[in-house]
Write a protein that binds this ligand. Structure first.
Ligand code: SF4
Ligand code: SF4
Ligand code: FES
Length: 245
């Protein structure tokens, strides 16, 4: 199988695609392929990873024009296109159909600036959390805050986010409007707003309802389809849109 990998040795933009022809064994993931290339063929290839178990979120990249975790994507599943994302220029699939099943294209996540090869600059992604103050405020007192399962279930799925930025890379609004807060940040805001242990919950809803927040989302739901942890940010955004202060 041929792996066609986007290269940008100087950073900022893709300058060429390199082809690597590898025989793949059953169960091999895209991350395994990248290690094989780096170890045996081209040590200059750059990519990011840490946990290798879909926990750290650092190996997100565009695999055959779908944003996915490299460590969680077995090569034999790549061509079984089931996601059907609404396309925008960065994730257009017309070229894939021409190439057929023997070539896999691997590229950095779109929307975020490229640092080198498959490594993107996540600063603007994290900056949204900072700007929206998506953390709990320190409070007086030492009393434990208990929570019953029904209260936990209101935000449980949103707390599973691993900050991989796949939802942002899949979102056509993030691609065309850099000021949009994006699905991950809005899902996190909803997560705090729904948490019964948090005081001053209204501030999370207030920030999420700003012009560059939930009102900008067009409910395309690419973020829901692409999220590897079933966080469903688009569902949270729909709730934010319909909830009054
Ligand atoms: S919501 Fe899902 S896709 Fe988005 S950053 Fe979190 S885990 Fe990744
Ligand atoms: S639902 Fe909203 S945030 Fe999610 S992909 Fe669509 S426009 Fe982007
Ligand atoms: S290496 Fe951590 S999520 Fe893939």
């Amino acid at each position: 199988m041929i792996f066609r990998i986007a290269r940008s040795p100087e950073g900022r933009r893709i300058t060429r695609y390199d082809d690597y022809n590898l025989s793949v064994t059953k169960g091999m993931t895209v991350l395994d392929v990248l290690f094989r290339i780096q170890d045996d063929i081209d040590p200059s290839l750059s990519f990011r990873y840490s946990c290798r178990g879909a926990v750290c979120g650092s190996c997100a990249m565009l695999i055959d024009r779908v944003p996915r975790l490299a460590c969680r994507t077995p090569v034999e599943t790549i061509k079984q296109a089931t996601l059907r994302l609404r396309e925008f220029p960065a994730i257009e699939t017309a070229q894939l159909r021409e190439l057929g099943d023997s070539v896999v294209i691997i590229e950095p996540l779109p929307v975020l600036p490229v640092l080198k090869d498959l490594v993107v600059d996540m600063s603007s992604f994290y900056q949204r959390f900072e700007e929206m103050k998506l953390w709990t405020d320190p409070e007086d007192g030492q009393e434990p805050r208990t929570q019953i399962p029904a209260e936990l279930s209101r935000f449980d799925r949103y707390a599973n986010c691993i900050s991989c930025a796949i939802c942002l890379a899949a979102c056509p609004v993030c691609d065309s409007h850099t000021e949009f807060m994006g699905p991950a940040a809005l899902a996190k805001a909803w997560r705090f707003y729904q948490d019964s242990r948090v005081m001053n919950r209204g501030r999370y809803l207030e920030v999420a309802k700003r012009r560059e927040g939930a009102p900008m989302c067009e409910l395309v739901m690419n973020c829901v389809k692409a999220c590897p942890k079933d966080v469903a940010p688009g569902g949270a955004i729909r709730e934010i849109k319909s909830t009054g202060q």
